[in-house]
Ligand binder design. Structure first.
Ligand SMILES: C[S@@+](CC[C@H](N)C(=O)[O-])C[C@H]1O[C@@H](n2cnc3c(N)ncnc32)[C@H](O)[C@@H]1O
Length: 270
C-alpha cells in the first residue's frame, strides 16, 4: 500500500501511539512528523495519500479530500426514531430489539449505528468492510467517538463489531441462518451526494457491484431478510432479480427486500 501514517506537528504520546497502532494494522510505515509539512512528506515518500493521527481519530488525506469518522445522519435518524418517526432502512428490515444484522458494506458505519441502536443491548450488529483504510477509520470511530446527547448513542457505536473482510469471501464461511438480516449498501454507480466527505470515500472504497452469488449467499445466511440499498430507480434491483423495492416517495434512495422465509417456502432464490 502506498501510504504512510504520521501525526500532527505538535503531538502528545497517545496520538503517537494511535499512529503507530494504525501503521501496524495497515502494515505501512509510521513516520514521526517532526517539522515536515504534509506536502513535503508526500513528496519525500512518493505518495498521494497519507493518514494523520489526531485527537479526533485518524484523518485520511486523499487527493479527493479528507476522510474521517463522523456520525453523518446517524444521530438525526436515531433522534427521529426515538421521537416515533419512521426510518426507511429500519422499516425495510422490519428491525426490532434483540435482532442480529450483518452489514456487508460498513463504510462510515452510519447505517450500522442506527441498526445497533434499534437492536439494542440484546441485539448484534457485525460490519464487514473490505477496504483496510475505511475499516481502520470506522473501527477507531466506533470504539472512541463519544456522542454528547441525551439519547445513549455512544453505546450503540461501541456494540458494532467490525471485520476487515470482503463479503464475497466472508459470507461463504458464515453458517446458514446466522443473522436475522443481511444488508448491502454498495457504492452507487454515480455519486448522488456532492458533500465533501462522500467523495473521498470513492477513492478508498471497493467499487465492485453486488453479484447474484453474494445475494444467494446472503439469503442462506439470513433468517428473515436480505436488504439492498440503491439509488431510487436503479437498474441494479432488476439486474439482481429483486422485485420488492420500497422507499419514500421523494427519497433519492430505495431499499430492495428479499424475504428469506418466503424464498425458503418455494419462491426460489433470485
Ligand atoms: C456506500 S458505502 C456504505 C455506507 C454505509 N452503509 C454507511 O452507512 O456508512 C459502501 C462501502 O462498502 C464497501 N464494500 C464494497 N464492496 C465490498 C465488499 N465486497 N466487501 C466488503 N465491503 C465492501 C466499500 O468499500 C464502502 O466502504
Amino acid at each position: 500500500m502506498d501510504l504512510i501514517v504520521t501525526t500532527a506537528q505538535q503531538t502528545i504520546p497517545c496520538i503517537s501511539r494511535q499512529a503507530e497502532e494504525i501503521a501496524k494494522r495497515l502494515a505501512v510505515p509510521f513516520i514521526p512528523r517532526k517539522h515536515s509539512s504534509l506536502a513535503a512528506l508526500k513528496e519525500q515518500y512518493g505518495i498521494n495519500q497519507l493518514i494523520v493521527a489526531t485527537a479526533n481519530g485518524p484523518v485520511v488525506h486523499t487527493p479527493a479530500g479528507e476522510y474521517f469518522f463522523h456520525l453523518s445522519m446517524a444521530e438525526l435518524r436515531i433522534k427521529n426514531i426515538v421521537n416515533g418517526n419512521h426510518d426507511h432502512m429500519v422499516t425495510a428490515m422490519n428491525l426490532r430489539t434483540g435482532m442480529s444484522v450483518l452489514d456487508c458494506t460498513l463504510g462510515l458505519a452510519t447505517d450500522a449505528i442506527v441498526a445497533s441502536f434499534v437492536t439494542g443491548e440484546t441485539g448484534r450488529v457485525v460490519g464487514l468492510e473490505s477496504s483496510p483504510i475505511i475499516t481502520v477509520v470506522a473501527d477507531y470511530g466506533l470504539q472512541h467517538f463519544v456522542v454528547d446527547s441525551e439519547v445513549d448513542i455512544t453505546s450503540a457505536l461501541r456494540r458494532v463489531k467490525v471485520e476487515n473482510a470482503d463479503y464475497s469471501e466472508r459470507l461463504q464461511a458464515v453458517a446458514d441462518n446466522t443473522f436475522d438480516i443481511v444488508y448491502f449498501d454498495p457504492m452507487f454507480r454515480e455519486p448522488i451526494f456532492k458533500s465533501s466527505n462522500v467523495n473521498p470515500i470513492r477513492s478508498l472504497a471497493n467499487m465492485q457491484p453486488l453479484t447474484a452469488e453474494a445475494i444467494r449467499q446472503a439469503c442462506r445466511v439470513a433468517k428473515e431478510k436480505v436488504v439492498v440499498k440503491e439509488a431510487a430507480g436503479s437498474s441494479e434491483f432488476a439486474r439482481l432479480g429483486i422485485t420488492t423495492v420500497v422507499g419514500g416517495k421523494y427519497s433519492s434512495i430505495n431499499y430492495g427486500i428479499i424475504d428469506c422465509q418466503q424464498t425458503l417456502s418455494g419462491g426460489g432464490l433470485p
